[in-house]
Write a protein that binds this ligand. Structure first.
Ligand code: PEP
Ligand code: MG
Length: 838
């Protein structure tokens, strides 16, 4: 046994060539004895290593085992060291696994990671490993462990092509962005051979989408695709077909985007001056904002298994662990300053988890088996966390949660695609990008920190979009695969009106966006000045204007914006924002508080509308194949008296104090439902000796619109939910991102249903309102007024512009506009009327 440590170069190395050991225990004892003899560990270290063996698998793979002590015994270590036993015949480590190099590690902190990093680099070279297990050259072993001979291997792929290759000139107008890059990588992964894409001196692994994006390929760039190994020729043919096959789609997309740009420019929207890159989506809430992207990952995300060279994986893991540790220390310091040392301790403890050898070993084992780094790391911390949770010990369960939290942080450093942020500590100016944002997440957003929202899924009438409008946040939804690969930290401009997210804008574009935002604020300020005035047309016809708000705290702002009451209070948010159902008393207090805040103005409370995209976990409702067509709204209320009765009692009790409360029921589809609901209301009213409250229904399904006259006989008023009416009339799931652009509430089919509803209501002298999103669109509001709708209820921020629009109109002109719209063949034709509308 010889010690080969060079001064200042990491842990001491104690190498024993041709060690004679018959069992794993003997190997560990010999390694421990070497460490003790060299003064690196105290004598209890052998027992500590054996304890570790009892709970962990220290066999790394490919003939290498890495016994080490337990975390609790770290104080037995006096100096970082490794004891290497070369066991030429091998020694059985686990059943079927023989170790030929036993690398016993004594490391106090993250020295363990560094040693593993060097080992993992070595593990990729099986030939060299075989030689090391038989060599008489001690220096060769030392060099290998130190990574000397391996130096350079981790520096990434050399920029040379494989023998089989083809050249191609990038002809995608917007270059290689995330969507085609994903398809390239998918095509490459179908083949076992290695495939490279080179642009000048830059090289990318074709299987790795991020690596491809890193090439920054633009239109006109010449690139070389080359392959080596089994099926190389076939793989290259497939790659060529993929690359060229996408050209037509990319060109068509670019042409469509250009058309949209022209339309935006014609409508006075903001556009960048030059060729900026944008993610295209569907406009969901207007406004322009500048910020930085924060990519939010869903829980239980899929981590693709994208193998990379082992040595490189080890380096990347090392860097990610170091960055995370740094981040946690900074977070701990910051928390200590703001909240005190005891809160900061959480982050210090989390940093400790990063140095857990078990975790690193587990990840390394997956890497050695050929898995990708992000996959291996995710699997390692999830497995460990699952093991801890399974022990059903609350202390260990909390540790599992910490482990997942830390694991995710490291994952985000490994690959920014997997960055998940907590919605509570977003930095100011965040443009939140997510696959989807649940209504309750959106409700909890801090509008002072979040500048805008972009989602891959969802449609403009989804509840998330509605909440974004309420919060005054520009939102783009249905951006689909466009959000893939968007990196947290990227500067961007969100245009909620045009439905785009402009990436990495140039300085001049930032300046022009700031000017546009200032001009828009000035325009809003002008409209705001007149917002307190009623929405009375020039010829004296008044439209009532309500606000869609859910909490009493929002009332002051709504009134300030010019609301004359609340036309839609969505009560399901009382249930969505908590983990249990509010009691009757709590509901009564919420409704009374809203009525008080409105100071006698009308308040329309909508009974619970659960189902569809509003799922309340704690209600344990059965899963449905088609929740939008299932037990939703009134159907659910009639089946769940435990929800309906307390709510109605709470509303009647709130109404008893003399406020102007009305109730309406969502998703009523038949006369039978309405009669049953009325009866229930009347029974409760009598029980409570409460005053009569107007009972209305939402017209949200075509059957209700078509039978409006029959329903009007039993309803005191109608409020048309155009969001749902559009979804059901056009058979477009309001959440479906692919169809979001077509889910236009100004479609003539929807307008004709509204027309029928107004006419049906007239038969019994009932009033009709609209509380769907289109009521807040100035042009939509003008059309609805022309159709005879008497009340419009909307997100408070939309009120000033809608009032301004109506105040500039004459009723006969609005009626003429509505007639023309009803006769249009499609939504585009209706929208085109905006340019010439009165
Ligand atoms: C509607 O459907 O238009 C509506 C106002 O109800 P919600 O959006 O809550 O479903
Ligand atoms: Mg609805």
């Amino acid at each position: 046994m010889t010690s080969l440590t060079a001064p200042g170069r990491g842990p001491r190395e104690l190498i024993t060539l041709d060690a004679q050991v018959a069992t794993k225990h003997e190997a560990i004892a010999q390694a421990a004895a070497a460490l003790v003899a060299a003064g690196c560990v105290r004598s209890g270290f052998e027992a500590s290593m054996m304890r570790r063996e009892a709970v962990s698998n220290t066999y790394l793979g490919k003939g290498i085992a890495i016994p080490h002590g337990t975390v609790e015994d770290r104080d037995l270590i006096l100096q970082d060291a490794i004891a290497v036993l070369q066991v030429r015949e091998g020694v059985e480590w686990n059943a079927g696994e023989r170790a030929r190099l036993v690398v016993a590690i004594a490391a106090r902190s993250d020295g363990h990671i560094d040693i593993l990093r060097r080992l993992t680099r070595l593990l990729q070279d099986e030939e060299r490993l075989a030689a090391l297990a038989a060599t008489d050259d001690r220096q060769a072993l030392s060099d290998a462990l130190n990574g000397l001979a391996a130096r350079g291997e981790a520096a990434g792929e050399p920029a040379t092509d494989f023998a089989q290759r083809f050249d191609w000139t990038m002809d995608y107008p917007t270059g290689l962005h995330a969507r085609p890059a994903t398809e390239w990588a998918e095509a490459a992964r179908r083949f076992p051979c290695r495939i490279r894409v080179r642009h000048g001196p830059e090289m990318a692994d074709a299987r790795n989408m991020i690596s491809l994006l890193g090439l920054g390929l633009k239109q006109g760039d010449l690139l070389t695709v080359s392959a080596e190994g089994q099926g190389a020729a076939e793989a290259l043919a497939a790659m060529k077909a993929t690359l060229t096959g996408l050209s037509a789609r990319e060109k068509a997309d670019a042409a469509r985007a250009e058309e949209k740009r022209r339309a935006t420019a014609a409508a006075g929207g903001w556009l960048p001056s030059g060729a900026a890159q944008a993610v295209e989506g569907v406009p969901a809430a207007p406004g322009l904002a500048i910020g930085r992207i924060v990519r939010m990952q869903p829980e239980g995300m899929e981590i693709p298994d994208e193998p990379i060279e082992l040595g490189r994986a080890a380096d990347l893991l090392h860097v990610a662990l170091a960055q995370t540790a740094e981040q946690l220390h900074a977070l701990a310091d910051d928390t200590a300053r703001r909240l005190g040392e005891s809160d900061a301790a959480i982050f210090r403890a989390q940093a400790g988890l990063l140095a857990d050898p078990d975790l690193i070993t587990l990840a390394s084992q997956w890497l050695v088996e050929g898995h990708g780094l992000a996959w291996a790391w995710h699997r390692a911390y999830e497995d460990m966390a699952a093991r801890l949770s399974a022990l059903r010990n609350p202390v260990l369960a909390a540790r599992a949660a910490d482990l997942r939290d830390v694991g995710r942080r490291v994952l985000a450093h490994i690959d920014a695609r997997f960055a998940r942020s907590s919605l509570s500590d977003l930095p100011e100016g965040t443009i939140l990008v997510a696959d989807d944002i649940s209504p309750s997440d959106a409700a909890g957003l801090d509008a002072h920190r979040v500048a805008g929202l972009v989602t891959a899924l969802g449609g403009p009438t989804s509840h998330t979009a509605i909440l974004a409008r309420t919060l005054g946040l520009p939102a783009v939804v249905g951006a689909g695969a466009g959000v893939e690969g968007l990196q947290s930290g990227t500067r961007a401009i969100i245009d909620g009106h045009g439905g785009r997210l402009w990436l990495d804008p140039a300085e001049e574009d930032l300046a022009s966006a700031r000017d546009w935002i200032a001009a828009e604020e000035a325009r809003r300020a002008r409209a705001a000045e007149a917002r307190a005035l009623p929405a009375t047309t020039r010829d004296g016809h008044r439209i009532d204007i309500g606000a869609n708000i859910n909490l009493a705290e929002q009332a002051a702002f709504a009134l300030d914006q010019g609301a004359e009451g609340v036309g839609l209070m969505r009560t399901e948010f009382l249930f969505l924002e908590r983990s249990d159902s509010p009691t009757e008393d709590e509901q009564m207090e919420a409704y009374s508080a809203m009525a008080r805040a409105l100071e006698g103005r009308p308040l329309v409370i909508r009974a619970l509308d659960i189902g569809g995209d509003k799922q309340v976990a704690h209600l344990d409702l059965p899963r449905e194949e088609n929740p939008f067509l299932g037990v939703r709204g009134a159907r659910l209320l009639l089946r769940r008296r435990d929800l309906l009765l307390p709510q109605l009692r709470a509303i009647y009790r709130a109404a008893a104090s003399g406020s102007q409360i009305s109730v309406m029921f969502p998703m009523v589809t038949s006369r039978g439902e309405l009669l049953e609901l009325r009866e229930t209301c009347e029974r409760i009213r009598q029980e409570l000796a409460a005053p009569v409250v107007p009972l209305g229904i939402m017209v949200e399904v075509p059957s209700a619109a078509l039978l409006a006259a029959e329903l009007a006989a039993h309803a005191d008023f109608f409020s048309i939910g155009t969001n749902d009416l559009t979804q059901y009339a056009l058979a477009i799931d309001r959440q479906n991102p692919q169809l979001a652009a077509e889910a236009d509430s100004l479609h003539p089919a929807v307008l004709r249903l509204i027309d029928l509803t107004v006419k049906g209501a007239e038969v019994h002298g009932r009033w009709v309102g609209v509380c769907g999103g289109i009521a807040g669109d100035p042009f939509g509001a003008a059309l609805l007024a022309g159709l005879g709708v008497q009340e419009l209820s909307m997100t408070p921020r939309d009120i000033p512009a809608v009032k301004e629009r109506l105040r500039q109109s004459d009723r006969p002109a609005l009626q003429a506009l509505a007639r023309r719209a009803l006769a249009c063949p499609d939504a585009e034709a209706v929208r085109a009327l905006a340019a010439e509308a009165p």
